[in-house]
Design a protein around this ligand. Structure first.
Ligand SMILES: [Mg+2]
Length: 230
């Protein structure tokens, strides 16, 4: 039976942190932890893969689910359940593309600088396969058609057996579908125009501080909002 909950899905790089190896600030970790204690389900929705997220101590015990590689895989830290939504044809294509010198290989897909888009597009066409190119602030990630962060979020909620009010926060074009499946859509101050355009709320602050601003807003809205929804 589906359990009803409040759900917050948040992107990592450029949203929860400044990106790269920047860590989640301790006070933000604390706020996310208390949100979970209040019954919220927290979902990380990132372009990174599981191997990378597992190495990040600052993300440990923070999330109920990880949506990885922009929706291509989902991991539930508590149970160790891992789902990847790619088939064998996909895997062999990724293996071939990974031979190109500028490719960064992830667990189930690849990414590369947008300046190589033409070259990769040509290679994929030669293989006769359909893929979607998603731009994450100058870095392209390739995905099977129909897979995106919104799809990954829905799969994560199925695995968690949870449904309810969904709030999502992002900064980049790649977060668009994540926001689209949410009931409340938020962007951080320096987000891409595409993501700000569809947001119900654009934070005044950047990255982690912008996320905190959104959490405060959600908590202040909570009573009237949940009386209406449930
Ligand atoms: Mg981002």
């Amino acid at each position: 039976m589906l359990r009803s909950s409040k759900i917050l899905a948040v992107d990592l790089d450029g949203t929860l942190t400044r990106g790269g190896e920047d860590e989640v600030k301790p006070w933000i970790r604390k706020a996310l932890t208390s949100l979970r204690e209040m019954g919220w389900k927290l979902i990380l929705a990132t372009g990174r893969d599981r191997r990378y997220i597992m190495r990040r101590w600052d993300l440990k015990n923070l999330f109920d689910a990880w949506v990885l590689e922009a929706g291509l895989a989902v991991y539930i830290p508590e149970t160790g359940e891992y789902r990847c939504f790619a088939d064998e044809t996909w895997r062999s294509m990724i293996k071939k593309l990974a031979r190109l010198p500028f490719i960064e290989e992830k667990e189930n897909t690849i990414s590369f600088n947008e300046k190589h888009l033409k070259t990769v597009r040509r290679e994929v066409e030669i293989m006769g396969l359909k893929v979607v190119f998603k731009n994450n602030r100058g870095v392209i990630i390739i995905l099977p058609p129909g897979v995106d962060k919104g799809f990954g979020l829905k799969e994560a909620l199925k695995l968690l057996d949870v449904q309810g009010f969904v709030a999502a926060i992002g900064d980049s074009e790649i977060d668009q579908e994540l926001l689209e499946v949410a009931d409340f859509r938020a962007a951080v101050a320096d987000g891409d125009p595409e993501v700000k355009r569809i947001a119900d709320y654009v934070a005044k602050k950047k990255d982690g501080e912008g996320v905190m601003e959104v959490i405060d807003l959600l908590l202040s809205l909570e009573l009237p909002l949940f009386f209406r929804l449930f």
